[in-house]
Design a protein around this ligand. Sequence first.
Ligand code: GRF
Length: 222
Amino acid sequence: MSAPLLRVAVLASGRGSNLQALIAARDAGALPVEFVAVGSDKANAGALQLAKDAGIPTFTLDPKAFASRRDFDFELFRQLDATGAQVLVLAGFMRIIDGEALKPWVGRMINIHPSLLPKYRGLHTHRRALEAGDKEHGASVHYVTAELDGGPVIAQARIDILPGDSEERLAQRLLAFEHQLFPAVLRLMAAQRLDLIAPDRVALDGKLMDAPLQLRNGTLVD
Ligand code: GRF
């Protein structure tokens, strides 16, 4: 009998192209997980429709219905607990999460961020990389901790910044690599090969990593 699939819930606020890449990897037999729920803070998020089309249960929580961010976050995690999810994936979830609320998920929650962390936490990462005159840009998948975009980085994808790149062009070119990076990291989690070693180190196959894994030709290498 094969091992039970890792139960994964996804949170997304936007169009959901990263969610779509995860679902596609699963459908291709390259990602042995079960998506138990997709949640959003935006009722009109494209990600919710993608999930519905894929037969994944969805839920929406409206932040305006809560007195505080903390109340919202505790209810969010209550609902996620109820799905039986073992791992939580933030795929373009555009909210800062309360540190206390997320504590039980530390080590089981990952986020994708469009920069080579620790560079450019927060918003407008492509613009900031261009304005800084950087030669390269990239995306990072990291464990989520109380520090915004500050948790230990598991893996990165790097691309060259090309002459004449605009913010949009750079973002679009990077997105294709995000779509390879995210499933590759989740695959490692599904294989139980990754651990967060408190407070800020990542172990692969029980061995502390000195630097994030790098995506090369669609594969993660150290
Ligand atoms: C991606 O650029 C991701 O890195 C960032 O938010 C964006 C989400 O895009 N965290 P999508 O909704 O997955 O298309």
